[in-house]
Design a protein around this ligand. Structure first.
Ligand SMILES: Cc1cc2nc3c(=O)[nH]c(=O)nc-3n(C[C@H](O)[C@H](O)[C@H](O)COP(=O)(O)OP(=O)(O)OC[C@H]3O[C@@H](n4cnc5c(N)ncnc54)[C@H](O)[C@@H]3O)c2cc1C
Length: 432
């Protein structure tokens, strides 16, 4: 096995033209974090004439936006009816429609801005790991179809034909979803935002947020100041788009439970081996309590993912687990030579619904995509832009502004998730 452990997505051509902030700036809106949320918000604000500055602590896509699986799925993790129950029928319906339409918006953005991100809109498959899961997926398909999603339930044979994956009982196919190279998508959003006039600074962690006077409000420039190592940005509105990667400041810690997801990527497979795993090139994940994902990349590598962190620098535990799981799932591809291994942190909100909070007037944060954020973060960034440009009122927002509370026993929850995932990986050797 090769030992060069790293994030496959970093093969994307890096952005070298961005600099760190070393001056004092004024803007209508300042955004903290250059992931999908921050960049989409910046792009859509600039398109509506706002003067926007984005500050990123590290590099573009350093957080989840440069680490994820790349499945552009519709809706939330939870069922549409569950969202209606949690948010009330009217708001829940609005949110469901907003997020079920979200992959189409990603589609449009990629096309409009000619974003080169290996995007394939050829559907994704949610695989049923047992018979009960088929019933669940059936219900899910019916509920998503009410919102116009192009979903269908595949029986065991049809799911196998598309995946060659053994051991699954069927699948929910979402024809409107697809796969992309997550970091390339993030870089594409950055380039679109720059072209629209946004000023973006990397290696510019916000260290402090200072209120200059009490008179903060929508569209009143110059009231809040962000401090970095070598500069300041003063703006009327601030968006904290740091999700699970917040550092140096502490506005969202405790508002989500951190949950890790790790992935391995194989060497580029020959045509013959490719026919033995995911021949239709559709991204998949399964309904197991400790989820697994399988997809291929543009070069023809197989990517395998699961919930949990990587606990050794060489990712040996994960590699062993994956050889076992892949051997059972795709028995004809033979042992894989894993060349990349990486993990990312998911911000799991208390109800698996993303949260928007107005901390003070003009200071907002968005957190808690709960592992489904490519399309949701893109459209939520746009939503915040529309709100700040007064195209949409607070009552019309599909996501309510919440007064968020710390999740109780959060560290214990995080530890239980992680231990549970690792135990499940061990039991995979014995049971599955
Ligand atoms: C491993 C993994 C797999 C996933 N798979 C999928 C998937 O297949 N499909 C899907 O839809 N979703 C998936 N998700 C979820 C999705 O990736 C996230 O919801 C989404 O990327 C969140 O984007 P964001 O912009 O809100 O946050 P992030 O991309 O995390 O960006 C936050 C940024 O804020 C910066 N920052 C933090 N503190 C500061 C500071 N003080 N100053 C300046 N900058 C700061 C960070 O450096 C970071 O770049 C996955 C997530 C993970 C972790």
């Amino acid at each position: 096995m090769a030992q060069n452990v790293g994030n496959l997505w970093h093969l994307a051509e890096p952005m070298t033209e961005l600099k760190s902030l070393d001056e004092v700036l004024q803007a209508d809106v300042a955004i903290v974090g250059a992931g999908y949320t921050g960049l989409s918000c910046a792009l859509h604000l600039a398109q509506q004439g706002k003067d926007v500055v984005v500050l990123e602590a590290r590099d573009i896509g350093y957080g989840a936006s440069g680490r994820n699986v790349g499945l552009t799925n519709a809706g939330l993790w939870i069922m549409p009816k569950e969202a209606e129950r949690l948010l009330g029928a009217e708001r829940g319906k609005r949110l469901n429609q907003f997020l079920i339409d979200a992959p189409h918006y990603v589609d449009q953005l990629i096309e409009t801005h000619e974003i080169d991100c290996d995007y394939k809109r050829n559907g994704t498959l949610h695989l049923a790991h047992n018979r009960r899961a088929v019933v669940y997926l059936n219900k899910r398909a019916a509920q998503m179809a009410e919102y116009g999603a192009d979903v269908s339930l595949l029986d065991r044979t049809s799911a196998f034909e598309l995946t060659r994956a053994e051991g699954y009982f069927g699948a929910l196919r979402d024809a409107g979803a697809g796969t992309l190279q997550p970091l390339k998508y993030c870089i594409g959003l950055t380039r679109a935002a720059l072209a629209a006039g946004v000023r973006i600074y990397t290696h510019s962690a916000v260290l402090d947020i200072e209120r200059i006077n009490g008179n903060i409000g929508r569209n009143i420039a110059g009231n809040t100041r962000l401090k970095t190592q070598n500069g300041y940005v003063t703006a009327g509105n601030i968006i904290l788009a740091t999700n699970a990667y917040e550092e140096k400041i502490s506005y969202n810690k405790g508002l989500y439970t951190p949950l890790y997801y790790c992935q391995l990527a194989s060497e580029v497979l020959s045509e013959a081996r490719r026919e033995q795993c995911l021949p239709a090139n559709m991204g998949c994940w399964d309904s197991g309590a400790v989820m697994r994902s399988f997809r291929t990349d543009a070069a023809g590598r197989l990517l395998v993912g699961t919930v949990g962190n990587i606990h050794t620098a060489s990712a040996n535990g994960l590699k062993n687990w994956s050889q076992h799981v892949v051997g059972k799932t795709f028995p004809h591809i033979g042992e894989l030579n894993y060349q990349y291994a990486w993990a990312g942190r998911i911000a799991k909100s208390v109800n698996n619904i993303p949260q928007i909070q107005e901390l003070h007037k003009g200071l907002y944060q968005i957190v808690g995509y709960s592992g489904r954020g490519i399309a949701p973060a893109t459209v939520t960034g746009k939503l915040m832009a529309d709100y700040l440009c007064e195209n949409i009122s607070i009552d019309e927002l599909p996501l309510p502004f919440n007064a968020l509370k710390n999740i109780s026993f959060n560290r214990v929850r995080a530890a239980i998730y992680e231990i549970g995932c690792q135990m499940s990986h061990i039991s995979d050797f014995i049971m599955r």
